[in-house]
Design a protein. Structure first.
Length: 459
């Protein structure tokens, strides 16, 4: 929003080469707002604005830029400036930048780091992609259990400037194993001579470095934390993960789920940066699968060819039946996928879900069936479009809607749970996939009811 408001002013200052005024303008804003402003500028102007920033502010802004803007400004900077920025960036944000780059570029940037920072960067990059280890930062405060609170506060004053957060202080033993995590308020509210061992209870929550980032998101939500410690298999404290990293992970996972629910493969890059052929490759396979699934409807229709020829009226309601079943299935699928993602529904709740969706399907199908019945019968009072057997046709449509909506609801709610039970991603049971599945069965149900109700009349 800020970038949109002051963009014209910034562009005018860049065009007029008034760098002094430009520096004064951009320096008045927060790092996040400056990053938004830079992102909204043309590529050549982004580097111009970034180079004007004071070093400390430039480092903060770099951490808010997206990967493309980070790479662009790094290329435009001199080797010395790039090295200073990379060395001062927080370890987790620097890892996020490096993992977006090709191997050759990563190797080149690693040479710009100090030996200490290079060791940290390489250690984090050695963890599996998508793991907690890639997200953690080694910048934290750890104290000993036998220290007094006075000693702890003195240590924080001398070493706390480099810490990612001071909200929580970690207690470790001589081997670096995590003993507890203590909120800073406990140190601030106790007498200075109190020992750490007198206030900690060893009831900490920790993450394993090799755990998937999605697991960490659930842990943050469950325990309502701003940061969590990361340990190895021996219990040694390796680093911490903060809630801002979890927000990025959650956004990425939500994007992947939405794309899967749309009936396509997950995009590896932002939409505008995906090549045309790459976009086609991501979307074509699912479209082919769905197309082949819909081809089954022609098989189903061929079985009722004579019935359609005898009663062309039946064809008028085919789109109605198909769409109603697909819509109900899509609704149920979306609800269950999201509920599972939020932890509101688990596999053990499958019977409760069936129970709820069974009654929901009956009620929803009954409502649509009643609407369809009233429409046909109401229209027959003023028109003969539905013929002399309109009542039987109305019953056929009403019961078909009841059945197909019920079937769509049950299918849409159970398919995500079946996929989860098989170890697959529930989001793969996308709305188009459920709709395709329900389309075929809906047609079979519709024409079976038509034969039952209309046999001996129009059939």
């Amino acid at each position: 929003m800020i970038g949109n408001l002051i963009g014209p002013e910034i562009k005018e200052l860049i065009h007029s080469r008034n760098f002094t005024a430009l520096r004064e303008v951009v320096s008045d804003f927060s790092p996040a707002d400056i990053a938004e402003l830079i992102t909204d500028l043309h590529d050549e102007d982004q580097a111009v604005v970034f180079r004007l920033l004071p070093h400390g502010l430039a480092t903060d802004v770099m951490e808010y830029l997206d990967a493309d803007a980070q790479q662009l400004v790094l290329k435009a900077m001199g080797r010395e400036d790039a090295a200073r920025i990379l060395n001062d960036m927080s370890a987790d944000d620097r890892t996020a930048l490096l993992e977006e780059l090709p191997g050759s570029a990563v190797a080149q940037l690693l040479t710009l780091l100090s030996p200490e920072e290079r060791a940290v960067a390489q250690a984090l990059l050695n963890y599996p992609e998508g793991s907690v280890g890639r997200l953690m930062t080694p910048d934290f405060i750890a104290v000993r259990a036998n220290w007094t609170i006075g000693e702890v506060l003195g240590y924080i004053r001398s070493h706390g400037s480099d810490s990612e957060t001071l909200n929580v202080i970690y207690v470790t033993d001589e081997q670096g194993r995590l003993i507890d995590s203590v909120r800073i308020r406990e140190f601030l509210l106790r007498p200075l001579e109190t020992r750490v061992e007198d206030i900690h209870d060893s009831g900490f929550i920790a993450l394993a470095a090799t755990e998937e980032a999605g697991v960490a998101v659930e842990r943050f939500k469950k325990y309502d934390r701003n940061s969590l410690p990361v340990i190895d298999f021996e219990g040694k404290l390796l680093g911490i993960v903060t809630v801002d990293d979890m927000l990025d992970v959650q956004e990425e996972e939500a994007t992947e789920d939405i794309q899967k629910m749309g009936g396509m493969e997950v995009l590896d890059e932002p939409y505008m940066e995906v090549p045309l052929l790459g976009m086609v490759r991501k979307r074509a396979p699912w479209l082919v699968v769905l197309f082949l699934g819909e081809m089954l409807t022609t098989v189903a229709l061929s079985q009722y060819e004579h019935e359609i020829q005898k009663a062309a009226l039946l064809a008028m309601f085919m789109p109605l039946i198909i769409s109603s079943g697909g819509n109900s299935g899509s609704q149920a699928s979306t609800l269950i996928i999201r509920a599972m993602a939020l932890g509101e529904v688990h596999l053990r709740n499958w019977w409760e879900v069936i129970h709820r969706e069974l009654f929901s399907g009956v009620l929803l199908g009954g409502i649509l069936g009643l609407v369809g019945f009233c429409w046909i019968e109401g229209s027959s009072l003023f028109s003969s479009i539905y013929g002399p057997h309109h009542f039987l046709l109305a019953l056929t449509v009403a019961f078909a809607l009841l059945g197909v909506v019920l079937w769509g609801t049950l299918t849409g709610s159970m398919l995500p749970m079946i996929l989860r039970r098989c170890g697959l991603d529930p989001a793969a049971s996308s709305a188009p996939f459920v709709a395709t599945l329900v389309d075929v069965t809906g047609l079979v149900l519709y024409f079976s009811l038509a034969v039952f109700f209309l046999k001996g009349t129009v059939l």
